[in-house]
Design a protein around this ligand. Structure first.
Ligand code: F0G
Length: 457
């Protein structure tokens, strides 16, 4: 058996990037106030900021772009997307949106509001922001130890079901807006969720009459892990595993920018007609008519095709194995990581990488900046810059973990790009003691990480 992972595709079209020097990058970073979000893409060589909307589309998807039907109402491309999403999710009511957070705003704006609680394995940042913006609270209950980077568990993305039931009782079922299962658990390290866990959550939600939603943007990658790690699923095809998981829930929110292999798009899929009708009302007011949401016909065409392609066993095997390849190599070099390696990204434990930098000086931000400076590799801090809060005295309440995410765009980088990233970490390990932390000098109230400005301590 060959050991080399090969990309199961030929490259038909390329996008050159400019090689930069460390000196150039130091200037770019300073001008960007040490926030990689404020760099321009021309200043980046390998962009691991996100796996969202950064996929390379297939020739078939590009062909779909040409035949996309741009009719305002009743677009053929919508019919195709709706059929595909309905077939995959099993839900009757499918609502197109321009991306995941538009679907979040609609549904959580409707079912949220003051006095409501939402419970998740971990809310993604936009999910939490939409819920909190509506006036509700968002509580994360990953399984115990899930926030310990070195703790190994095959389904470290699972929700703590004991706490779930206790919380529903404590808050009162009528005050729980929804239970949201994020698959895979992005903010918790890209970790998978087991079918068993989803079944237990379904049972608890059904018992208490609470809405159960999936945040399903990486459900194909999650299905890969279930197939390979959970008893009784080794012979179940990936798509059938995803379908089974959808069958447990009352609805799903999807950012198609991940596992639908497109650059833009999303949807809301619901079982309940009355709720779907209300969502459609809001959709028409803020996103667009029900047969396009905020999307072009061509986007919907590409989503329908991408949702088929993503379950291809060759693709999914390459996808998860190449993420593991990056993680395994960094692990062997002694880079502290969130283990086991998840599906779409490798998460570095920046607190352990730079133990001399206190959390209120943002070790994750320091690591993201070093990685960019030394290699032109853009990553993202997922720690106290992203999730930190302040108490009444403006003292930082840190996030549970200080991670840096190397997200891998789908079908974009080759194994030599990945080897280059690994090599860059060799340089970072070499002079880690000299690296200093940051302070925030400018920030917004919500989602501050996008625009915050930093200065070195
Ligand atoms: N839910 C999860 C789990 C996500 O990872 C994202 C986006 C969203 C919802 C929101 O979707 O971006 O289409 O509005 N995650 C991206 C990321 C941004 O980099 O992880 P969106």
């Amino acid at each position: 058996m060959h050991k080399t992972i090969i990309e199961p595709f030929r490259i038909k079209s390329v996008e050159p990037f400019r090689m930069s020097s460390e000196k150039d990058r130091l200037e770019y970073l300073k001008a960007a106030h040490y926030n990689p979000f404020l760099l321009t893409s021309d200043q980046v060589m390998i962009d691991m900021l996100t796996d969202s909307g950064t996929s390379a589309m297939s020739a078939r998807q590009w062909a779909g772009i040409i035949v996309g039907d741009e009719a305002y109402a009743g677009s053929r491309s919508w019919t195709k997307m709706e059929k595909e999403v309905r077939d995959l999710t099993g839900f009757d009511y499918i609502i197109p949106t321009h991306q995941g957070r538009a679907a979040e705003r609609i549904i959580y704006g409707l079912i949220g509001g003051k006095g409501k609680t939402f419970i998740s394995n971990t809310h993604f940042d936009t999910t939490r922001a939409n819920i909190e913006y509506s006036g509700s609270e968002a509580i994360d209950i990953p399984i115990p130890h899930a926030t310990e980077p070195g703790w190994i568990h095959p389904f470290k993305g699972n929700m703590d079901t004991e706490r779930l039931e206790a919380l529903i009782v404590e808050k009162g079922a009528q005050n729980v807006g929804a239970v949201i299962l994020t698959v895979t658990n992005n903010s918790g390290g890209g970790q998978p969720v087991s079918m068993q866990n989803a079944i237990e959550i379904r049972d608890i939600c059904a018992k208490h009459g609470v809405l159960f939603l999936l945040d399903c943007c990486r459900i194909a990658e999650n299905a890969y892990f279930i197939h390979h790690r959970e008893a009784n699923y080794a012979n179940t095809p990936y798509r059938a595993i995803a379908q089974e998981m959808f069958s447990l829930a009352d609805g799903a929110v999807m950012s198609a920018k991940k596992d639908a292999l497109v650059n833009m798009g999303g949807f809301l899929a619901l079982k309940d007609k009355a709720l779907a009708d209300e969502c459609n009302n809001l959709l028409i007011i803020t996103e667009g008519f029900t047969t396009y949401g905020g999307l072009s016909g061509r986007d919907m065409e590409a989503i329908a095709i991408g949702l088929e392609e993503v379950f291809d066993p060759d693709y999914l095997t390459y996808r998860v194995k190449s993420t593991t390849y990056l993680g395994d190599h960094l692990h062997k070099m002694g880079v502290p990581l969130m283990l086991p390696i998840g599906g779409h990204a490798v998460y570095i434990d920046a607190k352990a990488f730079y133990p001399h930098i206190p959390v209120d000086q943002y070790p994750g931000q320091a690591l993201a900046c070093e990685l960019y400076t030394k290699g032109g590799v853009r990553s993202v801090e997922i720690g106290s810059v992203m999730f930190g809060k302040y108490d009444a005295n403006h003292t930082l309440i840190p996030a549970p973990m200080e991670l840096v995410r190397l997200a891998i765009p789908r079908r974009v980088y080759t194994s030599s790009h990945i080897d280059y990233v690994i090599e860059t970490f060799g340089f970072l390990l070499h002079d880690r003691e000299a690296v200093k932390g940051f302070e925030i000098v400018e920030e917004t109230k919500f989602l501050r990480h996008f625009t915050a400005k930093f200065e070195r301590v």
